[in-house]
Write a protein that binds this ligand. Structure first.
Ligand code: F3S
Length: 277
């Protein structure tokens, strides 16, 4: 059986950087906490815990040592509070997310009413909102725009993992209704590349195995995309979940993984599948 791996799969630049910074922090010989699970991957979080990186649900749970800010970024107030508490802050905010923060701030300072295209409850969007000024409007689609827009200058910034079509939809709806529109396209291409290559792969193989946390939104989305074009899709976290019966009589299987899936985890699954040949 042929095993084919998606052209773009597995951990993205921002997550890999966050994992490296947390690993380095764990070698400092002090207490280390990440504010929230560092990534949506239970195995990677457990591995970090074994190395001494605990997960704190809030700043109140951390009294000393190093605080690692995850790749989603946070409200800068939280970083100020952590520094005031005497914590050593390791900021693992992904540089693409920092770019969205900078755009949001620039738009707000330039007198634009800011519209954020993104998911309201997502931690990344909360961080962008904090940089855009609390009066910014969060929309997930053009339908969320208010019937009446009084601002003449609108600035748009977008959550890094949104699709370009979503951004275009909101921009097209705003354009006829304002006199000035400035758009910062802060979408990071990692998600789109993984989605496109997953679909491409799913179309040409007999079955697909998608590797990544069951709690990972981006991995689950990859599985959905594959399922839309291929009925034989299995979402697993580790090699232990792979079953030989899935591949009975098949000629090819494709493997892909979400942006929060460490390469070693994907490699383990590939090895397990090859061992079942
Ligand atoms: Fe950063 Fe893009 Fe990954 S924003 S965390 S490189 S998905």
């Amino acid at each position: 059986m042929r095993v084919e791996v998606a052209r773009h799969a597995g951990v993205c630049y921002g997550v890999e950087r966050a994992l490296k910074l947390a690993q380095e922090a764990s070698e400092q010989g002090v207490d280390v906490h990440s504010l929230g699970p560092l990534i949506h991957n239970p195995q990677a979080v457990a591995e970090l815990r074994d190395k001494g990186v605990e997960v704190a649900a809030s700043l109140d749970q951390v009294d000393s040592g190093i605080l690692v800010i995850r790749s989603h970024g946070v409200d800068p107030e939280i970083i100020h509070e952590a520094v005031d508490k005497g914590l050593d802050v390791v900021d693992a905010t992904c540089p693409f997310v920092s770019a969205a923060h900078a755009c949001a701030e620039e738009l707000a300072n330039g007198g634009y009413s800011v519209v954020i295209v993104g998911e309201e409850d997502h931690p990344e969007v909360e961080g962008i909102l904090a940089h855009a000024g609390r009066s910014a409007l969060i929309v997930q689609s053009a339908d969320d725009l208010p019937a009446k827009i009084s601002a003449r200058k609108i600035g748009v910034v977008v959550q890094t993992t949104q699709s370009l079509s979503r951004l275009e939809e909101v921009v097209n709806a705003l354009l006829p209704r304002v006199t000035e529109l400035r758009v910062c396209n802060t979408i990071c291409s990692a998600t789109a590349k993984r989605q496109l290559s997953a679909e491409e792969l799913a179309r040409k193989v007999d079955a697909v195995v998608v590797v990544g946390g069951h709690n990972s939104g981006n991995t689950t989305r990859l599985a959905e995309i594959c399922r839309a074009v291929n009925p034989h899709v299995h979402h697993v976290e580790t090699a232990a979940e792979v079953e030989a019966s899935w591949f009975d009589g098949l000629e090819s299987v494709g493997v892909t993984a979400g942006a929060s899936t460490p390469h070693a985890q994907m490699a383990g699954v590939i090895e397990a599948i090859r061992g079942m040949n």
